[in-house]
Every structure is written in C-alpha cells, then in structure tokens.
Design a protein around this ligand. Structure first.
Ligand code: ZN
Length: 250
C-alpha cells in the first residue's frame, strides 16, 4: 500500500476529553499498532522531509506523525504509545500556552461539563525539553495562536519569527518546522515562514484539499474523535487525497 498523504495530524490524545480534536488513547494505540504491524515507521516531519529529499529507499514506509498545540496528554498518553514502537513525531508548540490550561472559548467548554479542566492542560517546558531530548521534534505553532489571515502583516511576521526565537532559546537548537493555526495563512505568511528560516510548514487538514502543496503548505490527514480503524485506513490511503480534491472541486 502506498501512502499519498502520509503526514498525520493529531491534537489531543486524552481519555476524558470529548471534543472532536481528541482521539482516545485506545484508538491512538490501535492506529499506531496498525502502522507498526504493516511495516510503517512513525517519524518526525523534519526527518520525513529529509528522507524524501534524499530519496531514502525506505521513505515509502515512513509516516510523519504531528500533534498541534502541545497538550500535556501528548507527553503522558501519546508518547508512551509512540515509544512502544520506537516511533517519533513532531509537536507544534505555542510558547504563550506552555504550562497553562488556557481555553480561549469558555462557552465552548460548557458543552462538556463532566470533563475536568485539567484535561485541556498544555505541557510545561520541562516536559517539552524531555521530549526534545528523546528525539521528538518541537515545531512552532506561533506565539499566541492567532488566525494569521486576520491580523496585521507586522503581527503575522512577529508571530512567525518570535515563536521560533522563543523555542530555540529554550531548546538550544534550530526549530525548522512550522504549523499555521487552524490552517489560516496569507501569501505574506509563506514568505515570512521562509525568511524566518523554517524548512517546512504544514496546513490544517480541513484546507488540505484546496492546497496544491509545497514545502510551506504540506498537506496532512487529520485524525479526529470519530475515526475508527476503517476510517483511519481510508484517511491514509491514496483514495483520501482524491476524495478531498473532489469535495473541494464540487
Ligand atoms: Zn492549533
């Protein structure tokens, strides 16, 4: 089987969260197990791009695994599952949210009254550093997670440059991957990302069908709450990319 969109996008992997961007640890484990059982290797976006560029012979069996936002459950739940298979991944961190449990829309939370507030917590710097040391790639997801196409150009540039600088000052090495919050970007953003020195950037799965792709708009397949194993298999198959293109053309 050949994968057409082998960059997977996750957010949280929490046992209690009920919102759509959460994949249960059980489902996540099942998905990673399937990849391992079928000879695929989960790696970071950075290494995936390097392997592809180098024409690495095993690149076809590599899957880039990415997580947006930097939730604490990436450390407590997803990481042990990844380790089981010696997989790595990329986590896109928002520096201003590190160590907090900021939820931007409090009204939205009321839909899930039984879910404890801690379920929405983000990793702290120590946890991020220990994942970084263990081979997880830390990427940037801006400083404050704005929709980049809704803020002034100078703020776009600041969010893209400053987040890289903040992360690098903590990690002590270059940060080369970027992720646009909610997939919103402008042509200026693409230029700022390139000028800042990132090597690649990913878009949100929702918009992937409309985007031609390229190093700074890499498409991903997003995995969500209701993705059973058959749906996961569909989303990593060549059919999914075709399906997305048709849906957006309609
Ligand atoms: Zn995000």
């Amino acid at each position: 089987m050949r994968l057409v969109a082998p960059i997977l996008a996750y957010h949280s992997v929490h046992p209690d969260r009920r919102d759509v961007i959460n994949v249960s640890p059980q489902r996540f484990a099942q998905q990673m197990q399937w990849l391992a059982d079928h000879g695929f290797r989960g790696i970071s976006l950075q290494h995936y791009r390097q392997a592809l560029a180098a024409g690495h012979p095993s690149a076809a069996r590599m899957v880039a695994i990415t997580f947006d936002d930097g939730y604490l459950d990436n450390y407590t739940q997803a990481w042990p599952i990844l380790q089981r298979h010696q997989f790595t991944a990329t986590i896109f961190v928002v520096p201003s949210r590190v160590g907090t449990n900021i939820v931007h829309d409090e009204a939205w939370l009321t839909q899930f009254p039984s879910v404890p507030r801690e379920a929405y917590a983000y990793m702290d710097w120590q946890q991020i550093l220990s994942l970084n040391d263990a081979g997880i790639e830390i990427g940037s997801h801006t400083v404050t997670h704005p929709l980049l196409d809704e803020i002034p150009q100078s703020d776009q540039e600041h969010e893209i440059h400053e987040s890289k600088r903040l992360l690098e000052s903590r990690l002590g090495h270059p940060v080369v991957s970027f992720c646009y919050p909610a997939g919103h970007f402008t042509n200026d953003c693409l230029r700022f990302v390139r000028e800042a020195g990132y090597h690649q950037a990913v878009v949100t799965p929702y918009q992937s069908g409309q985007i031609r792709g390229g190093d700074f708009t890499l498409k991903r397949s997003g995995l969500y709450r209701d993705d059973t194993l058959p749906r996961f298999l569909f989303k990593i198959s060549p059919l999914f990319d075709l399906f997305r293109a048709m849906r957006h053309a309609a």
